[in-house]
Design a protein around this ligand. Sequence first.
Ligand code: SAM
Length: 213
Amino acid sequence: MTPFKTVSEEEVQRINRLQQNSFDKIYKLFEPPLPEDVPKRLEKIVAHGRITRGDTVLDVGSGTGILIPIIKKYRPGCIHACDLSEEMLKQLRTNYPDVKAIMADVRDISLPEGSIDAAFINACYPNIVDKAGAFSNLSRMMKAKRRIVISHPMGKSFIRSLKEVVSFPLDDFPEKTEAGALLKPFGFEIDTFIDEPEIYILVATRTLFEKNH
Ligand SMILES: C[S@@+](CC[C@H](N)C(=O)[O-])C[C@H]1O[C@@H](n2cnc3c(N)ncnc32)[C@H](O)[C@@H]1O
């Protein structure tokens, strides 16, 4: 049993389509220049992934790729980016032709089992409709003991203000105890939890044990 709320397949596809249409129109908003201090906070977020040279990295809901230049500083071997929006990924491919862009819901991507060293979900956790599907697939793709960084560079209250203006539902970022309970069945344990007014960072590591989902 998943602790995430259950959403029907029709609803997942309906909301994903709304998001595609919406982000296809506003993709330019995700390009620099970014609000003051955000670049510094993004550096902090990426540092939590503990990327080492040669690693395989996945950026979930990558948008146009604001994390990519920071990820590259750590000299990974390969960067995958996945997103629902075609226009977001078109811009990402223009900005970073060497990144492997995949247009799909993260729950559906088919990177090999145990192939990912670090995964980032920046400003995208609230958007993922089928969270059970997403974390089940991430659990499959992650290497043991490696890290997923779930983050927002404007803090979790930013999502509350967005809810009033977007055409699709957004979930809240979880509190620490809730996050532990949500992710445990998928083989993740909480390593770091930072919930400050201007930044949210949740780092989960893939445990060595089999997931019980
Ligand atoms: C608010 S934007 C953030 C983009 C980027 N991470 C950034 O920080 O600029 C959220 C992105 O997540 C994507 N997204 C939403 N649900 C997704 C899913 N289930 N799988 C992959 N991408 C998703 C959307 O298409 C959108 O481009």
